[in-house]
Design a protein around this ligand. Structure first.
Ligand SMILES: Nc1ncnc2c1ncn2[C@@H]1O[C@H](COP(=O)(O)OP(=O)(O)OP(=O)(O)O)[C@@H](O)[C@H]1O
Length: 621
């Protein structure tokens, strides 16, 4: 802009010669010259050629622009004041569980559907996501030879459309809301110095109370829970580079809840665990524990050989009680004791914390735990037992040496990474530790665990998992080939537990789907009866099938399937194979029960022979 010209224009305006002659739509040409260099010349040429004074148009344009700018300014000022004094808002940041729920809910609202500016999100990370594909599309994803093509299948996944950054208005229950999505720089906190962007949602409504927004949020929460009713959400510690800092949890995935009847275990054992957890989670239990001065915590140790169902049972329990699973790996090299404490403190009111393979966690031995162990060893010696063998001690020393070397590699002695036994014990039952969680620790070698870790109060119930029994083998076979499993999961049967009949002979479902009987502590315990698939498969059946077959997809009626399962189970010695091994064998004959029954002897012998030779490869798969 030519300021000297503008100055001249104003000067001429000041001495009253030109301004007096202009009206509002005809600004002095030297003012316009200041804004548009060469204006006088151009306007003169247009005037001479067409006889049209372009000054009027330009002046009107400039005035309109000025008006628009001031209206916009006033509008934004007024709306800011209106928002400040007449609107309420609630903020939700992307670290919160509600964030995803709100985005998903908003994406299904009309506003997101009709909006002309939306964000498309493709969720290929989860096969159970909210992007449902029509089942008929499954067939289309196969090529002429019946080979599945993931690219073809994935192309059918519709993206989810959600509102992008900015303000969006929507109506809900007769009220107008504003959804505001923005990004801001994350401020470094005491937990984390890393910066980065975080997303923020602001929900606003007219009025000086946040009540309607809170009601909307609880509506959205119920909506999300309802949607995920049959899903188990899995969480892991958030990476430190995520910006939210150590001690926060990330939602890794959600998967359909594992029905309890898909875990083959001694029915009594299974029932005891379910009853115990149900008793513990009962709403009146916290008060019961508090009045007796007992910390409101419950721990379980699932031990047994690999592939016997420890993790599976943990997931099935999460499914029954509608709890999220929080998995912590103590082998994570960057995990420190203070991270672990924060993770335990950041747990929700009810959840399952899963510490897998606790024996291989390679807990650091620190002075404190060494002293504790020495004392415990002393106690054991006094009692005539020997808790730690020389070999274990050497292993621990070795682990310590390796961890120390690792720490040195990562930047010095004071890196303080790794978790010691005392650090773990502090996290499990420290003063500040969160109450209400169900802690499940799994191990293949319970004898390696420190007594301090599994003492009552830390581990309240131990569940032993064994290599497959005959009932389990039969059960796994039936489950693999039963057509029942292909039907959609029924609400109650997903628990694998049938309700106990009430006095009038009917099954009365309670709020949590379990029938209750009063118990000693004044709370109520569910009375459970098992409804496992093998419940009636115990009577010996005679072989009545014709083993000649070639076709895939052999569908057998229930009676024949049971007889076949019985014969199959007879071929496998009890306590020799893990359920995972049997499942693995059956999976390679997933639609051919007759072939499985025919080939089981050959497979069994091959596995036994390979074991004798300590070979890892089995000739028959
Ligand atoms: N008791 C069981 N009932 C049904 N399925 C089982 C059982 N045990 C193992 N499986 C199957 O074997 C696989 C491995 O099971 P899982 O991970 O639960 O074993 P685990 O005992 O936790 O093993 P690890 O000690 O190696 O972690 C799963 O696919 C599961 O379905």
């Amino acid at each position: 802009m030519d300021f000297s010209k503008l100055q001249r224009a104003f000067k001429s305006g000041e001495n009253g010669t030109q301004i007096q002659t202009s009206n509002l739509t005809n600004l002095p040409s030297n003012i316009l010259e200041a804004f548009i260099p060469g204006y006088s010349l151009i306007s003169k040429v247009i005037l001479d050629t067409f006889g049209f004074d372009v000054g009027i148009v330009v002046s009107v344009g400039l005035i309109a622009f000025a008006l628009l700018t001031s209206i916009t300014f006033l509008w934004s000022k007024a709306s800011r004041l209106f928002q400040k004094y007449c609107m309420s808002s609630v903020f939700v940041d992307d670290g919160d569980d509600l964030f995803d729920g709100i985005i998903q809910w908003i994406a299904e609202q009309r506003m997101a559907k009709v909006s002309r500016s939306v964000k498309a999100v493709t969720r290929l990370g989860t096969i159970y996501g909210d992007n449902k594909v029509d089942e008929s599309d499954d067939e289309e994803a196969l090529d002429a030879n019946g080979i599945f093509n993931f690219g073809k299948w994935a192309a059918k996944l519709p993206p989810r459309y959600e509102p992008y950054f900015g303000s969006h208005r929507f109506w809900h229950a007769g009220r107008l809301y504003v959804f505001d999505r923005s990004k801001r720089e994350r401020q470094p906190s005491i937990w984390s110095s890393s910066r980065g962007d975080e997303e923020l949602i602001e929900l606003k409504c007219i009025g000086r109370s946040t009540k309607p927004i809170k009601a909307l949020l609880s509506y959205i929460k119920t909506w999300s829970l309802e949607k995920e009713k049959a899903m188990t959400v899995i969480r892991r510690p958030a990476g430190k580079d995520r910006g939210r800092g150590a001690g926060s949890w990330d939602r890794v995935s959600s998967r359909p809840s594992r029905p309890m009847d898909t875990v083959s275990l001694d029915p009594d054992q299974k029932r005891k665990v379910v009853e115990d957890i149900n008793e513990y989670l009962h709403p009146s239990s916290p008060r019961w524990y508090a009045t007796r001065g007992i910390p409101y915590r419950r721990g379980y140790l699932f031990h047994g050989p690999p592939g016997t169902g420890k993790t599976s049972l943990s997931f099935a329990l999460a499914g029954i009680f509608g709890l999220d699973i929080f998995c912590i790996s103590l082998l994570e090299p960057t995990l420190t004791e203070s991270d672990l404490n924060r993770l335990f403190n950041n747990l929700p009111r009810r959840c399952i914390v899963l510490l897998e393979d606790i024996d291989t966690a390679g807990l650091l031995r620190d002075e404190k735990s060494d002293k504790k162990d020495d004392a415990a060893d002393g106690d054991d010696r006094k009692r005539g037992g020997s808790k730690t063998s020389g070999q274990d001690f050497n292993m621990a020393e070795l682990t310590k040496a390796i961890k120390t070397a690792n720490r040195k590699d990562k930047g010095g002695d004071d890196a303080k990474q790794g978790v010691s036994l005392s650090g773990l014990l502090n996290a499990i039952d420290g003063v500040a530790t969160h109450e209400g969680r169900v802690l499940v620790m799994t191990t293949n070698r319970p004898e390696k665990l420190d007594n301090a870790l599994i003492r009552p109060g830390r581990v309240d119930m131990q569940v032993e998992f064994t290599l497959a029994t005959r009932d389990q083998i039969r059960d796994i076979f039936i489950r693999m080939y039963s057509n029942e499993n292909d039907k959609p999961v029924k609400k109650q049967s997903r628990f694998g537990i049938t309700l106990a009949p009430t006095s009038n002979g009917t099954s009365k479902p309670s709020a949590n789907g379990l029938a209750k009987t009063p118990n000693t502590n004044g709370t109520t315990t569910p009375k459970l009866t098992n409804g496992f698939a093998n419940g009636d498969a115990k009577k010996p059946l005679t072989n009545g099938y014709t083993p000649s077959h070639s076709a895939m997809d052999q569908h057998l009626d229930a009676d024949l399937l049971r007889r076949l399962a019985d014969d199959f189970a007879r071929e496998i010695p009890e306590g020799t194979f893990s359920p995972a091994e049997i499942q693995g064998f059956l999976l390679t004959r997933k639609k051919e029960p007759l072939r499985a029954a025919e080939e089981v002897q050959e497979w069994r012998d091959a596995v036994v022979e390979a074991r004798e030779k300590k070979a890892k490869v089995v000739s028959v798969q």
